[in-house]
Design a protein around this ligand. Sequence first.
Ligand code: NAD
Length: 474
Amino acid sequence: MTHYIDGRWVDGAGADSIKVFDPALGEPFAELQAASAAQVDQAISAAREALPAWKGLDVARRAGYLRGFAEQLGLRREELIALQMRNNGKPRHEAEVDLDDAVATFAYYADLIEQQARKDPGVALAAPGFTARTRLEPVGVVGLIVPWNFPLVTSAWKLAPALAAGCTVVLKPSEITPLIEQSYGQIAETLGLPAGVLNIVVGKAETGIALSNHNGLDKLSFTGSNTVGSQVMRSASAQCRPVTLELGGKSAIVVFDDCDLDQAVEWIVAGICWNAGQMCSATSRLLIQDGIADALLARLAVALDSLRVGNPLTEDVDMGPLTSQGQWLKVAAYFAVAKEEGLTCLAGGQPLDRSGWFVSPTLYADVPAHSRLWVEEIFGPVLCSQRFSTEQEAIDLANDSRFGLVATVVSRDLQRAERVADALEVGHVWINSIQAVFVETSWGGTKGSGIGRELGPWGLSAYQSVKHVTRCLG
Ligand code: NAD
């Protein structure tokens, strides 16, 4: 049984058959049938029916369910780590981080909704003779559409705040990693979450379209590509419905000449090779200050060449395969474009000669600003570099992108690093660090990287509607 609708597991009635692959072998290990449009409709109806009771439930009880999700994820730890390794191709330590992140997200929103409920709702009015109070109400029935690169995490970032706020939800996982989110349905069942509060429908684009076009939703939160994001936004605009969009990136890592070179190499490699570069936040544009450029590029090439790339289930690896054949073909096509453009390749630049969807960690030097590899999101372990001389030049180069998700700044001069961070047109900047994401800080981008924020209190308010009640005392 594949789809979790109104508290029951049902088989798919949709036209699409979905094969679930082990990307390290390039072989399927499961097959399921997508949900039909009628099943999406049933899921939305169930969520609508469940809404009054769920939003009316005492906040402590809602928070209790969220803590239950955190606890149950912990109990399924080994199973979920193994599944992410097998279906996503994640090395074990990365799969562990994802699991921990999902647990922390549910625990955080359980606490946050209780803290919010304890706050005085009164509004201080300058005008005499009136009182006013604030009510934060759930936006209602929300559709959640997520991609495949961090299935456990992206879904937790939506599910936990939505459920905490009192929304009921229909989640559509990616067809590439549909099994991982089924665990959220199994946990809901174990916890006795009221039927219809959480519904899960698996499918390809057709299922996503049925969900995002449906007029029974009050909001849609989408994480994925810009192409699909703009379609989702069109559906939302046709119905004047709010939408949160977490989209792509082409983020910069800016390295100044006062840095520790070895440390910089470590952060640069992590920023492009974590999850085999399949990260919206991959720092895929490397900006190096002139004085250290040659030395840094030389060390980087060695570091990338020496990464252990292989099957995370059978080998001790630093980087696994790309998660899908489609992604592998896409990255391979960029290698061909790089050759056509005559780019200077210092490491990698080709698929690995073995079965499964592997590519080598890749570094191109002095990539022109008009190169497709400099401009477009590749979503693989492909790093492009340029040189800069002044701080302002670095800022201008970093900001010269249609995306604005994240950036990293590496410098021993902390005042300069903070100054540069302030000038970067992105949603999150890391200074001298790996991409540490904390549930208390926000996630989301500027420009083409999306609309809205997840995580922190902003992630909760994305599922809340503000109401004020004003009373005349006279
Ligand atoms: P995608 O847009 O192809 O698919 C995302 C989801 O949308 C999947 O569940 C898919 O089935 C569904 N979908 C496909 N067509 C649809 C349609 N027409 N209508 C509604 N739903 C549809 O993206 P992907 O390849 O799964 O993920 C990679 C992209 O996601 C990258 O661009 C990456 O940057 C982005 N991403 C962004 C963030 C972020 O937080 N900003 C996080 C992770 C991934």
